[in-house]
Design a protein around this ligand. Structure first.
Ligand SMILES: [Zn+2]
Length: 244
């Protein structure tokens, strides 16, 4: 599933279509496609894992789900296009994603301060939200999009390893200093993820995700499905402290 930084990349790749009129639409999406035919794109935005195509008075919300993808100015062979938008200067093709309409002002639909990559990101708000869920495991809390929009499983695993925190720690038991560091890492690592992804070297920088041995301890890294979300965690039980 594309995480927040990957959606920023979509936004950058489509920037040349801002202010341009949609001159043709197609695809197997069930939404009313004629609604934005001959309409101009006002802006592209992102909120966590959502890619937002903003028109005057409404927005198309694109969620790439588990296997969604996109191409610009070309089509994937042998793949059904969910939504095709054609412009004079090129085209956007979306695959295997969910597309929905959001009505009215987009700012009414989203709290930008919960998106870890947004300029309005507010770490204090995240802290306050975590305080309300002391019994939730931190591996689940990090994947909660209402708290950390954009954080996915890779970011989760990497930052927990960085701050030496066990994914099954109870949120309310984690020392304040450590929790603050973790919250800050959500943003720091997301921007590093973006840079590395642009340079096509993201995997090279993984310290824990999919790894078999801890770089700090030379001990095995355990792979385990953790939390109620049952997502893969990669844990060094020696240096990632468990707070329960
Ligand atoms: Zn270790």
């Amino acid at each position: 599933m594309p995480e927040g930084p990957s959606i920023i990349l979509v936004k950058e790749a489509t920037a040349k279509f801002v202010g341009k009129k949609v001159i043709a639409v197609d695809g197997n999406s069930k939404i009313d496609q004629n609604r934005f035919l001959n309409k101009k794109i006002i802006e592209f935005k992102s909120w966590g894992k959502h890619f937002l195509i903003c028109f005057d008075g409404f927005t198309l919300k694109v969620h790439f789900l588990m296997f969604g993808s996109y191409t610009i100015d070309e089509k994937k062979p042998d793949r059904n296009i969910r939504l095709h938008l054609k412009f004079k200067n090129g085209e956007i093709n979306l695959y295997a994603c969910s597309v929905k309409y959001l009505e009215g002002d987009i700012n009414e639909h989203y709290d930008w301060s919960s998106d870890v990559m947004n300029a309005h990101w507010d770490r204090e708000k995240a802290k306050a939200k975590l305080k309300e869920i002391p019994e939730l495991l931190i591996c689940d809390a990090l994947l909660d999009q209402d708290i950390f929009a954009g954080v996915g499983n890779i970011i989760k695993n990497e930052i927990l390893y960085r701050v030496r925190l066990h994914p099954e720690s109870m949120t309310g038991k984690i020392p304040k200093v450590k929790l603050n560091k973790l919250i800050d890492e959500t943003r720091i690592y997301s921007f590093q993820f973006l840079d590395w992804k642009k340079a096509h070297e993201l995997k090279k920088h993984w310290l824990a995700h999919t790894k078999k041995e801890c770089l700090r301890c030379n001990l095995p890294i355990i792979k385990k499905q953790t939390g109620v979300k049952k997502r893969r965690s990669f844990i060094c039980a020696n240096c990632q402290v468990l707070y329960t």
